[in-house]
Design a protein around this ligand. Structure first.
Ligand code: HEM
Length: 184
């Protein structure tokens, strides 16, 4: 069983290195694309920034909804089993390859839109930022859980992760209503 987990660990370290490389290339491409778009049409950059913001939001939310679902299944996998080691690789890749960069892009473009379009004014915007801070705190909590699962130290039952799974959904619904309806 130890051989299996050592082999899995070695191959997951290599693939984590590749995932980091792909992520760095992705971020570099996004930065170049953003600069080019801004230089080509500085006056119509706002809708482009909003488009990139929404793409980043979708990617972040997809990861935030999938990660606790992986934990629900991971809890039931025997420690040291091939299945458990595979979950560790999936969780680490999802966090580092998608969730972390998507959250960064959401914040960078969201704050720029808030400054450029609204001068950081508006009750809906303040409420939205407060809820996104809570979402970011949950992100930190899930990142900590990925580390605990990687060290086989998770003590929380599947029910806990099922409940945690609902939090990003609820936050997302309220955040989207706030930004589109702008009720106050
Ligand atoms: C990180 C902090 C965030 C800030 C500061 C921020 C701020 C903004 C601003 C100022 C706009 C432009 C609104 C307009 O032009 O009418 C916007 C658009 C949008 N944001 Fe965010 N946002 C953030 C995170 C999020 C998150 C987490 C979500 C979803 C879960 C989200 C969903 C959206 C959507 C769907 C739009 C497009 C709305 C439209 O076109 O009417 N944002 N955001």
């Amino acid at each position: 069983m130890n051989d299996v987990s050592n082999e899995n660990r070695a191959s997951s370290e290599t693939s984590t290195g590749q995932a980091m490389k792909r992520m760095a290339i992705g971020i570099a491409l996004l930065v170049v694309l953003t600069v080019l778009l801004y230089l080509a049409a500085p006056d119509s950059f706002y809708p482009w920034a909003k488009a990139i913001h929404v793409i980043a939001v979708i990617s972040w939310m997809a990861g935030m909804l999938y990660l606790p679902r992986l934990f629900v299944y991971h809890v039931d996998a025997e420690r040291g089993s091939v299945q458990s080691e595979t979950f560790k690789v999936m969780e680490r890749r999802l966090l580092r390859g998608i969730i972390n960069p998507a959250m960064t892009a959401t914040w960078v473009f969201g704050l720029w839109l808030a400054w450029k379009g609204f001068g950081f004014q508006g009750g809906w915007l303040h409420a939205k930022i407060a809820l996104v801070l809570i979402l970011s705190g949950l992100h930190g909590y899930l990142a900590g859980a990925v580390r605990k699962f990687a060290e086989d130290k998770n003590e929380k039952p599947a029910r806990h992760w099922r409940i945690v799974n609902e939090i990003p959904t609820l936050l997302m619904i309220v955040i989207v209503i706030l930004v589109i309806v702008k009720p106050f």
